[in-house]
Ligand binder design. Structure first.
Ligand SMILES: Nc1ncnc2c1ncn2[C@@H]1O[C@H](COP(=O)(O)OP(=O)(O)OP(=O)(O)O)[C@@H](O)[C@H]1O
Ligand SMILES: [Mg+2]
Length: 505
């Protein structure tokens, strides 16, 4: 059949199967590795959805003079040379409804968890222009992660983009997981986008979410390592589309991209197969745009626009702590700060392995709870002094008593920042602990006893002064009365638990 015959028959084809409108027609000239090249497909636009004879969908990415490069989104095996390709005039979208919460979907919005299809709701576009500055307002509400070190020192606000960066196996996913678990009962919808991970790792992650009761407010978008690069490339945009569905309802959303290094690699694979010119580290020239157009869509909207927010936690995996590689520097420059994790710290038992000196949060402190802000000021100072002294105290044996005291304080302050990944700490618990540490109440407790001290003390606080704990939970400023109550609490605890206080000071 010639092309003109096809045009003549267009009406009858249209009636036959696909519901999409076919605008113009091309022919497959080659196909391999998930990439199809067709001869000219008149007026096709970059990012336009196209369909093939077999009903398979593709995405037109390369518009060249005499041919069009298309990535196939499913069923590559069904495509043959000579097949016809039709424009649809649409850009890619997924179906999102309220029912998507608690589900696992693939990047095209199909259920991946073996349950029924997602009920028809709204068509959300994968690519969208980010809200402009007029529609936004400053980050002014905290997003508590439940991780002491993060909430105290690198606070995250709703609508912020905070990068989690570190080598493999340093606890990156665990921080994201902890943040999701801590949103229970906070009226925050969570979205976890898994890109290029092993299916088994993801299954375990979802199991943890289920066990901890977090699936009731979480959606997982999965494009595992076994999926084609095209789907891995689309996954973060699908997650973002789901997030925007809830943003439109004025809700707060937390979205985790785990991880964008693999996303960039999938995009590099596609770009090389499309024969695009490669640049630094063989990534195409527009790899910055790949991530910036995604992360720009994280936002805090003003009241007139519903007041919702999307907080993004992208994850980047580095090689040998090299943050100056191409993709890490790109994403560092796009985000509002980074949580930097280190293998050495992780192996020395400092978990979460956050390098406090290199981690920053550029906007979150504006939204930090008052009580946290009060106690974390001295915490930062103690830690900075400790870092400075610790390096040089290694070489000298006789230290003056002031230095020794600072070192002892520093050891305890670092020690209390350790936290198991599955322990979510409330604001009250965090303030209780940091208050004790920075005011020197831990100086007389052995470092090795601190973990037990923490458990006993927090329980003691809850039972002996629930009113104070309730006050601290609000995150409101600690005034004179609360300060007195805190001091009294620690003194009472000391009397009740003498076993922690054998050390001479
Ligand atoms: N705070 C913590 N306390 C104790 N163990 C932890 C902590 N954080 C993470 N871990 C453990 O460290 C291991 C690696 O964590 P995780 O998978 O989060 O790291 P990752 O950097 O995401 O790794 P990958 O590079 O494989 O993605 C896990 O077994 C996890 O349980
Ligand atoms: Mg991980």
């Amino acid at each position: 059949m010639s092309k003109s015959d096809i045009f003549a028959n267009l009406g009858s084809i249209k009636d036959k199967d696909l519901s999409v409108e076919r605008i113009s027609v091309g022919k497959v000239i080659s196909y391999a590795d998930g990439i199809v090249f067709t001869d000219e497909l008149q007026d096709v636009q970059a990012g336009e959805l196209v369909t093939f004879d077999s009903g398979v969908f593709g995405l037109a990415l390369n518009l060249e003079k005499n041919r069009v490069g298309i990535i196939v989104l499913s069923g590559l095996a069904k495509i043959k040379t000579g097949d016809f390709v039709y424009r649809t005039g649409k850009i890619l979208s997924i179906n999102v409804s309220d029912e998507i919460v608690g589900r696992v979907i693939d990047p095209l919005g199909q259920a991946e968890d073996g349950k029924s299809a997602i009920a028809v709701g709204k068509e959300m576009f994968l690519e969208k222009i980010a809200p402009g500055v007029i529609d936004r307002e400053g980050v002014n509400q905290p997003l508590q992660t439940g991780v002491k070190a993060v909430d105290a020192l690198i606070p995250i606000g709703r609508g912020q983009r905070e990068l989690i960066i570190g080598d493999r196996n340093t606890g990156k996913s665990s921080i994201a997981l902890a943040s999701i678990l801590n949103q229970k009962g906070q009226d925050v919808i969570c979205i976890y986008v898994a890109i290029g991970q092993k299916k088994s790792t993801l299954a375990q992650f979802i199991q943890t979410l289920e066990d901890k009761g977090a699936m009731s407010y979480t959606t997982v978008v999965s494009a595992s390592a076994s999926e084609p690069a095209s789907l891995q490339f689309l996954a973060p945009y699908s997650g973002q589309a789901v997030a925007e569905y809830f943003l439109e309802q004025g809700k707060d959303v937390l979205i985790v991209f785990d991880d964008l290094s693999k996303h960039a690699q999938a995009y590099r694979e596609i770009s090389l197969l499309l024969k695009r010119p490669s640049g630094r580290e063989a990534y195409p020239g527009d790899v910055f745009y790949l991530h910036s157009r995604l992360l720009e869509r994280a936002c805090k909207l003003n009241k007139e626009n519903g007041g919702g927010s999307i907080t993004a936690l992208p994850i980047i995996e580095t090689q040998a702590n090299d943050v100056s590689a191409y993709i890490p520097t790109n994403v560092i420059s796009i985000t509002d700060g980074q949580i930097y994790l280190e293998t050495d710290l992780f192996n020395s038992g400092m978990r979460p392995a956050i390098n406090i000196g290199l981690s920053v949060s550029r906007v979150g402190s504006a939204a930090q709870l008052k009580a946290m802000k009060q106690v974390s000021g001295s915490l930062k100072l103690d830690l900075a002094q400790f870092r400075e002294l610790a390096a040089f105290a290694q070489f000298s044996s006789d230290l003056d008593s002031a230095t020794k005291k600072l070192l002892e304080r520093g050891k305890r302050v670092s020690e209390i920042l350790k936290q198991p990944w599955d322990l979510q700490m409330s604001v009250a618990d965090q303030v209780l602990m940091i208050f004790a540490a920075v005011n020197g109440y831990l100086d007389e407790v052995e470092v090795t006893d601190l973990a037990d001290w923490e458990i006993d003390y927090l329980n003691f606080a809850k039972s002996s002064n629930p009113k104070l704990v309730a006050y601290l939970l609000t995150g409101a400023k600690i005034e004179g009365t609360q300060e007195e109550a805190l001091e009294k609490l620690i003194k009472d605890f000391k009397k009740a638990h003498p076993r922690f206080y054998k050390k001479e000071v």
